[in-house]
Design a binder for this molecule. Structure first.
Ligand code: G3P
Ligand code: MG
Length: 247
């Protein structure tokens, strides 16, 4: 199987959930802050609404990051479109909308931000989410640098691969299993993404021997990032884009 490559070289740092800790997570305000700080790339999470549309949000439920209640997958587009995704972080961000994938794509393109779109399916909606996100990403980034799509869900990745074989994929693991390489190869993923705490040098050697870049989350200390880069990690996801990594 052909392993689609990125059309861009990996930057050292991806702003985690758009703007890291400096803005409400997964918001357009976060994208603007990332760009203002000179960051080249962002990561954000995408989940489907009850209408099957892709929205930027991390949790399956609305309570932690918005002023809404209930499950994202059971909430309509019209109900999501009036939620406040800023006020939970700080009143200064009140009125910040919950972004659709379309609005995030538009702003990333405007600001020249490269993207890692993390497919974040609600339980039971893995294949549908992978397919919808891949189809939308292909359309929304047409003619621009294509994002890297990643997911903890292999079902979502396989569905994305089927719908849009040209998109580069990243296999995400909290703790990479023994057979991680086989799993990466099964979906022809370009990269391995994992928790920085579960990294070991054997994994890094195997990844290097197979030409697979390793990306780690969530790294908020400059010295920790530097140590990971020395060990061979290619990029980190960070909440402290004011402190970690000059590209
Ligand atoms: O994609 C890297 C990282 O975002 C994965 O963890 O829970 O922050 O989406 P999470
Ligand atoms: Mg994420």
């Amino acid at each position: 199987m052909i392993r689609p490559r990125l059309g861009w070289s990996l930057p050292r740092v991806f702003a985690h959930r758009c703007g890291g800790a400096l803005a409400p997570e997964n918001t357009l305000a976060g994208l603007r802050i990332a760009a203002r700080l000179g960051r080249k790339a962002v990561e954000f999470d995408v989940m489907l609404s009850a209408d099957g549309s892709p929205w930027l949000i991390h949790d399956e439920t609305l309570e932690r990051t918005t002023d809404g209640t209930g499950r994202v997958s059971e909430t309509s587009d019209s109900a999501l479109s009036v939620l406040d995704a800023g006020v939970r972080q700080h009143p200064a961000f009140a009125g910040e909308p919950l972004p659709t994938l379309a609005s995030a794509a538009r702003l990333c393109r405007q600001l020249g931000l490269l993207a890692n779109v993390e497919i974040k399916p609600a339980a039971g909606l893995e294949a549908a989410t992978g397919a919808v996100v891949a189809r939308c990403v292909r359309e929304l980034w047409a003619g621009a640098e294509l994002p890297l799509l990643s997911s903890f869900s292999e079902v979502a990745l396989a569905a994305a691969r089927e719908v849009a074989p040209e998109l580069p994929l990243g296999s995400l693991f909290e703790h990479p299993p023994e057979d991680w390489l086989e799993r990466v190869n099964r979906v022809a993923a370009l990269s391995l993404h994992c928790d920085a705490d579960s990294l070991d040098d054997h994994l890094l050697r195997t990844a290097r021997a197979n030409g697979i870049p390793v990306l780690c989350y969530t790294v908020n200390e400059p010295l920790a990032a530097a140590a990971l880069f020395r060990r061979g990690v290619m990029a980190v996801f960070s909440d402290r884009i004011d402190r970690v990594g000059e590209d």
